[in-house]
Design a protein around this ligand. Structure first.
Ligand code: UDP
Length: 472
């Protein structure tokens, strides 16, 4: 074996999935040990994480750190605070784990790099104490990464809230971002999550390198800006799109929907899903049901139990629901021949790559977007939380591969609006253009990473990651 890489992801399946793909790709090119050191919060279920980690090759091992208590936080605390506190409260356990690994005589045990994601830079201090080079793995778009690099600068520039700015925020190489679409929690300076993110962003320049899960052809402007900007100190490597290659096992729970897709014509089905964490209110759920019904389109919809908060299931898993309990009366019967409603977890990559899938109504999580791009599926953008509104701006104004729903004065997206957007995507002229645009990106998005790792005698991680277009 040629080395050992320690990976410290922040909590949440959306953070873990791209790391597991990074690990797979690293193993394609080098004989490495990889250890996932995973922070956890008390009361969260780890089943989806465990399912994914258990399917990894045996040179990848995982250590779940002891669950930290975040029950002292108020229920309505920002998601970013929840994630970042879980990470910082896990730092003593990370230190202990790194100590155990580095004090071992075995080369297998002593890590030659620590790779963390966006909330992980507070661990850089610990990596330094153990003389382990820290790397950042960006699981968001290059545009969002540019915006995070600029957070401390913008904090100095503007005293007011972004939403009160008369003009959109203009960042180097990026599509202008209207103040109302700035990522959470930066959109609320009074919230302590804001200052947390500003402080974490200041640590980004201490990374030895940043691996970005995006690719040059999709986001040329932000990559160029990071290469040229004085404000961007670490080396930047585009390593995307790293998306799950699929489970291969098509017999498990959730796979019945692939059989259902087989029955429908090419490009005819709209896939509707709000990722691992997105939830809707009961009122919004009803509007979506009626909007899908009115549209007359075929759809495959993953329904979660209705909640008041849009990110309610990100941290704590939801209890499984019977769709008929939360959907309008008679809905399932009325759409029986053209709609399939699932609850819990479906094989999203397999669904998006199925020929019958012609559109994706998405909450605009970055993994979901990359998966849709790789599969060439245009989108209806329905951002809910985190940096999803910024992603929606990139998809609509930047790339022209999605239409975006508009909410009414009470923040509810009405059935007529849903009907309009869905039909426009699935059968309208706008949808046709988006599909053509998406096909351009699809061709470019298939990449192959060549990872060259060289180690000096003390097994320090000196690496570079070079992207090369795959001929297929
Ligand atoms: N996902 C899935 N099945 C589901 C829900 C989500 O496979 O039923 C996967 C999806 O393919 C993606 C990830 O979970 O890889 C969600 O990540 P994303 O960044 O899109 O959103 P998040 O859940 O982090 O908000």
């Amino acid at each position: 074996m040629e080395g050992h890489i320690a990976i410290f992801p922040s909590p949440g399946i959306g953070h873990l999935i791209p790391f597991t793909e990074l690990a797979h790709r690293l193993l394609l090119h080098r004989r490495l040990f990889i250890t996932f050191i995973i922070p956890t919060a008390a009361g969260t279920t780890l089943k989806p994480q465990n399912d994914i980690l258990n399917a990894m090759p045996e040179t990848i091992s995982s250590i779940f750190l002891p669950p930290v208590n975040i029950n002292d936080l108020p229920n309505d605390v920002a998601l970013a605070t929840r994630i970042s506190l879980t990470v910082t409260r896990s730092l003593p356990a990370l230190r202990q784990t790194l100590n155990d690994l580095t004090s071992s005589q075995s080369v297998k045990k002593s890590p030659s790099a620590l790779v963390v994601d966006l909330f992980g830079p507070p661990s850089f201090e610990i990596a330094k104490d153990f003389n382990i080079p820290p790397y950042l793995f960006s699981t968001v778009s290059a545009m969002t990464l540019v915006s995070i690099f600029h957070t401390p600068i913008l904090d100095q520039m503007y005293a007011c809230e972004y939403i009160d700015l008369p003009e959109p925020v203009r960042l180097p190489g990026c599509v202008p971002i209207p103040g109302a679409d700035i990522a959470e929690p930066l959109n609320d300076k009074k919230n302590e999550a804001y200052s947390r993110v500003v402080e974490i962003a200041k640590l980004y320049s201490l990374a030895k390198g940043v691996l970005v899960n995006s690719f040059l052809e999709l986001e040329p402007g932000p990559f160029k800006a990071m290469e040229e900007g004085e404000w961007c100190k670490p080396e930047i490597y585009s390593v995307g799109p790293l998306i799950r290659s699929g489970s291969g096992n098509q017999t498990g729970e959730g796979f019945e929907c692939l059989k259902w897709l087989d029955k429908h014509p090419v490009g005819s089905v709209l896939f509707v899903s709000f990722g691992s964490g997105g939830t809707l209110s009961q009122k919004q759920l009803n509007e979506l049901a009626f909007g899908l019904e009115q549209s007359g389109q075929k759809f495959l919809w993953v329904v979660k139990s209705p909640q008041g908060k849009s990110d309610a299931s990100y941290f704590y898993s939801q209890t499984r629901i019977e769709p008929c309990e939360v959907l309008p009366e008679g809905f399932l019967e009325r759409v029986e021949d053209r709609g399939l409603v699932m609850s819990y977890w479906v094989p999203q990559v397999e669904i998006l790559s199925h020929v019958s899938t012609g559109g994706f109504l998405t909450h605009c999580g970055w993994n979901s977007i990359l998966e849709s791009v790789v599969c060439g599926v245009p989108m209806v953008a329905w951002p809910l939380y985190a940096e999803q509104k910024q992603n929606a701006v990139l998809l609509t104004d930047g790339l022209g591969v999605a239409c975006r729903v508009k909410a009414d004065g009470q923040g509810v997206v009405g059935r007529d609006e849903i009907n309009k957007c869905v039909r426009s995507l699935m059968e309208g002229e706008d949808g046709r253009k988006m599909r053509l645009k998406m096909n351009e990106h699809k061709g470019l998005g298939v990449t192959n990473i060549i990872v060259v790792l060289s180690f000096n005698v003390s097994y320090k991680f000196i690496s570079y990651v070079k992207m090369q277009r795959c001929p297929i």
